[in-house]
Design a protein around this ligand. Structure first.
Ligand code: FAD
Length: 284
């Protein structure tokens, strides 16, 4: 189908882009989600402002003890960034699970985060990394935690006129082991369930655990009970299985043609056990 007609602007600066958004324009980044929605006429914006070409939003840099990733950084650049591979490998690993190489070359981290598909991959990693998301408008700037940003399916803390300008993730020391595991939907490639694990072991015992889940519920979340269950344990198979069984506790599972809530819960426990085992191995 052909989208309804719309105005298109490709400003040279973020300031100009934010000005156009203040006047009602909708941001276009990689177009990997927005353009199909416009073609299906699920979205019909009157004017688009192209922020995917803004070089000032495309970067990965270390600053103040953390790593800042500009919103227009493509999934491929997140996947292959030497800085992230060395100091925050969970984000790179997760980016490598997104779609195919064409999608990773065009799609952006800011676009994915703002779109907030409940089956998207990044949100699990951003929950486990306790990432911060910087939101800017023509007149304001604020920082929101990943836990507060993802509100519901396709719903975030973004206010009209705001864009995601950057994502801030921590520098993970060598003692922290991380892993992302995903049950890939055979048709779409999205996560039926996805688990990001981030663990540290000291003296043979886990003393720090952060777990992010995507695909299972209406929005991504941190699995706090499973985190608590891992702390103080050696990370033996029984510890891993016991923690994995707590991931769905108190959470209403998605249900669709591919996976019932019960089947999704089984998938979640199985993929979590793999993610925990890999993270524990890497933390050694
Ligand atoms: P766009 O499509 O340009 O925009 C998406 C939405 O976000 C629009 O509403 C837009 O207005 C808004 N927006 C864009 N940038 C910003 C910003 N900086 N601030 C505020 N709002 C903004 N994703 C996965 O996670 N896992 C997968 O396995 C996966 N597989 C895919 C397979 C295919 C074939 C396709 C087409 C997509 C797939 N995706 C997958 C989605 C992909 O990751 C998209 O790149 C992402 O959802 C949207 O990013 P984008 O840069 O293309 O944003």
């Amino acid at each position: 189908m052909i989208p309804v007609s719309f105005d298109y602007a490709a400003p040279k600066t973020l300031r100009e882009a934010l000005g156009l958004m203040a006047a009602g324009a909708k941001p276009l980044a990689g177009g990997m989600s927005l353009i199909p929605m416009m073609k299906l006429r699920l979205a019909a914006p009157e004017s688009l402002v192209d922020i995917g070409r803004l070089e000032e939003l495309s970067y990965v840099r270390e600053q103040g003890g953390a790593i800042h990733v500009g919103a227009s950084t493509t999934h491929y650049d997140v996947q292959s960034s030497p800085l992230l591979l060395g100091k925050c490998p969970l984000l790179s690993e997760t980016a490598g699970h997104i779609g195919d190489i064409q999608v990773r070359n065009m799609g952006t981290i800011g676009g994915s985060v703002a779109h907030a598909d409940p089956a998207a991959d990044y949100p699990a990693a951003l929950q486990a990394l306790e990432a911060s998301i910087v939101l800017k408008s023509s007149s304001s700037e604020r920082t929101v935690s990943a836990a507060d940003f993802f509100v519901d399916a396709f719903t975030t803390a973004l206010e009209p006129g705001e864009i995601v300008s950057e994502i801030i993730v921590p520098v993970d020391g060598e003692s922290i082991g991380t892993s992302y595991r995903k049950c890939v939907h055979p048709a779409s490639g999205f996560a039926v369930v996805g688990i990001a694990a981030r663990l540290r072991r000291v003296g043979g015992k886990i003393d720090f655990a952060r777990i992010g889940v995507t695909g299972f519920a209406g929005h991504s979340y941190r699995a706090l009970k499973a985190e608590q269950a891992l702390v103080g344990k050696a990370g033996a198979d029984a510890d891993v299985r016991a923690a994995a069984a707590l991931l769905a506790d108190g959470v209403e599972a998605n249900s669709d043609l591919f996976a019932s809530p019960a089947y999704r819960a089984q998938l979640l426990a199985a993929y979590a056990a793999r993610a925990f085992a890999a993270a524990i191995k890497r933390s050694a």
